[in-house]
Design a protein around this ligand. Structure first.
Ligand code: NAP
Ligand code: LUD
Length: 280
């Protein structure tokens, strides 16, 4: 039996449509949501993601401003821009696309973003609020994963959840959200022993590592929900996740594809956060 494919592209498009209606209504009340996207340097993947974000803004009717800075931008110049955007009244959300060029200090830049405009939810204040379960914004990728699990028709409560990867932007906050929905959560990382056995326990398996084919069908519990966050570009330019789709699809109950899974959801959640920021 072959798994149900969870169509992130379609689910994200439905979310954008509903946000468009919401924004149309906000505009009638004189609220015009605005997002500033800051991109430093020439990373080709970042360029693709930033373009998708701008396109989503256009579609929904969110005012967007792109600040594309050269690779040689200094820390001071970037901080100055962020501080200007913090004060800019028509901007409700600020996103600094990561990774930044190596000579720049990401942590200091994130800390400079006003928490009320931090639509990525990367600022320590917002990270702390998530830990406490009282958040204004959810980080976009983990929020997108939770939506996909919900759309698969699966309740998290009481389930064995395994998250592979513990980054501050995906694995760690995602584990917290699964816990808040009463999952029993295990977090795996590069020092985990018996990754296969741990993954095989999972009713819900989320993988965010960045290694193609790390997870194969024999590591998946039959019927499990598998969410693949990974994005890997192969030498032949093909885009694949961290899960070996062909073997996994034969075992899982439901699975997200790459592309067309988590990626579009990340952008939809960013739009949702921007609308929320403007409403507040
Ligand atoms: P990251 O910061 O590079 O973290 C990778 C994590 O994977 C680390 O916690 C690392 O463990 C763990 N890891 C590495 N090798 C492992 C192994 N063999 N077994 C188990 N765990 C292992 O990554 P990230 O920023 O979370 O991104 C992960 C992937 O998701 C990347 O492919 C990225 O492009 C993709 N991504 C996609 C979206 C989206 O919207 N679709 C958003 C963000 C990221 P240690 O902590 O022990 O080093
Ligand atoms: N930085 C993100 N850096 C990278 N994939 C994204 C992403 C869309 N500050 C900040 O946007 O949230 C962020 N905030 N991130 N990411 C990754 C991460 C950031 C990744 C993939 C996609 C955003 C996406 O749309 C498509 C898909 O999976 O279907 C494929 C697009 C392609 O490359 O062809």
């Amino acid at each position: 039996m072959s798994a149900k494919i969870i169509d992130g592209k379609k689910i994200a498009s439905d979310i954008r449509n509903s946000l468009k209606n919401q924004v149309d209504n906000m505009k009638k009340e004189g609220i015009f949501p605005g997002l500033a996207v800051v991109l430093v340097g020439n990373d080709p993947a970042s360029r693709i993601y930033v373009n998708s974000k701008k396109k989503a803004c256009e579609e929904i009717g969110i005012h967007s401003e792109e600040y594309a800075l050269p690779e040689e931008t200094t820390q001071d110049e970037l901080l100055k821009l962020v501080r200007m955007l913090n004060e800019k009244e028509d901007i409700h959300g600020i996103l600094v696309q990561l990774p930044l060029p190596k000579h720049l200090n990401e942590e200091e830049v994130i800390n400079a973003i006003s928490p009320s405009k931090d639509v990525d939810a990367f600022h320590p204040i917002n990270v702390g609020k998530i830990m406490l379960g009282k958040y204004d914004f959810l980080p976009c990728t983990p929020a997108g994963v939770m939506e996909l699990i919900k759309e698969a028709g699966v309740s998290v409560e009481g389930k064995e959840c395994v998250v592979v990867g513990r980054s501050n932007i995906v694995g760690k906050p995602l584990a917290m959200l699964l816990l808040q929905q009463n999952g029993t959560v295990t977090i795996c990382h590069s020092k985990t022993k018996n990754l296969k056995e741990v993954c095989r326990r999972a009713d819900i398996l989320v993988v965010a590592v960045g290694k193609a084919k790390l997870i194969t069908g024999d590591m998946i519990k039959p019927g499990a929900v598998v969410i693949d966050v990974g994005i890997n570009r192969l030498e032949n330019k093909k885009l694949v996740g961290d899960v070996d789709f062909d073997s996994a699809v034969e075992v899982a109950g439901a699975i997200t594809p790459v592309p067309g899974g988590v990626g579009p959801m990340t952008i939809a959640m960013l739009m949702k956060n921007t609308v929320k920021a403007a409403q507040r």
